[in-house]
Design a protein around this ligand. Structure first.
Ligand code: FE2
Ligand code: FE2
Length: 192
C-alpha cells in the first residue's frame, strides 16, 4: 500500500471514528440515565469519559494532519446517538446493554485498522495511542458483554465471537509490522 492511499484511508477512518465517538457519547448519556443500579451507572460513566477522551484524541490527530472532522458524518452520528439514547429510555435494560457491547466489539477493530494505516502512512507517532484506544474499546466490550450476559435474555440472543485476548492487540500489530505483505492482506480481511 502506498503512503498517499494509506494517508487518505487513515484520515477518512479518523473522521468516521471522530463522528462515531460523538454518537457513542450521545448514546451513553441516554444509557446512563436509563440504568438504575449505581455500579452499572458508574461503569457507563467511566466508558463515557473514555469516549470523550477518544474524540479529543482523534480530533487532535485530524488537526495535526491538516484535516478536519466531516460535518455530514458528525451530523449523522449525532442523530444516531440521540436515537439510541431514546431507545435506551424505552427499550428496557437488556437491549441497550447488548447493543452497546456489540457496537464496542466493532470499535476495537476500527482502531486496530487505523494503527496499521498510520504505520503505512508514516504517522508512527500515533500508533501507541491508536492501539491504546483499541484496548480501551476491548475493555468496554468486556464490561458491557459481562453485564448483558447476566440477563436471562442473553441465552436467547444471537452471539458474536468475543474478541481475542487484550494482549493480542499489540502482539498482532508487532507481528504484522514484521511482514508488511501479511499486514496488507490482514487489513483487507479486517475491513468489512
Ligand atoms: Fe471510543
Ligand atoms: Fe467504546
Amino acid at each position: 500500500m502506498d503512503r498517499a492511499t494509506a494517508r487518505a484511508e487513515l484520515l477518512r477512518g479518523l473522521q468516521l471514528a471522530h463522528a462515531g465517538e460523538l454518537g457513542a457519547i450521545r448514546a451513553y448519556l441516554g444509557h446512563r440515565l436509563a440504568v438504575k443500579r449505581p455500579a452499572e451507572r458508574n461503569a457507563i460513566t467511566e466508558i463515557l469519559k473514555d469516549e470523550i477522551r477518544h474524540r479529543r484524541c482523534v480530533g487532535r490527530m485530524l488537526a495535526e494532519a491538516g484535516a478536519a472532522p466531516d460535518p455530514r458524518a458528525e451530523k449523522k452520528l449525532d442523530r444516531v446517538g440521540r436515537l439510541i439514547a431514546c431507545v435506551c429510555r424505552i427499550g428496557g435494560w437488556f437491549i441497550p446493554m447488548y447493543g452497546a457491547a456489540r457496537l464496542e466489539n466493532d470499535n476495537i477493530v476500527e482502531y486496530e485498522i487505523a494503527a496499521r494505516l498510520a504505520w503505512f502512512a508514516g504517522f508512527e507517532a500515533w500508533i501507541p495511542e491508536l492501539l491504546e484506544m483499541a484496548e480501551v474499546e476491548w475493555d468496554h466490550e468486556q464490561t458491557l458483554r459481562t453485564l448483558a450476559a447476566r440477563h436471562w435474555l442473553w441465552k436467547l440472543a444471537p452471539k458474536w465471537t468475543p474478541p481475542p485476548p487484550r494482549a493480542s492487540i499489540r502482539e498482532q500489530f508487532d507481528n504484522w509490522t514484521r511482514d508488511p505483505v501479511a499486514v496488507e492482506r490482514q487489513r483487507f480481511r479486517l475491513v468489512r
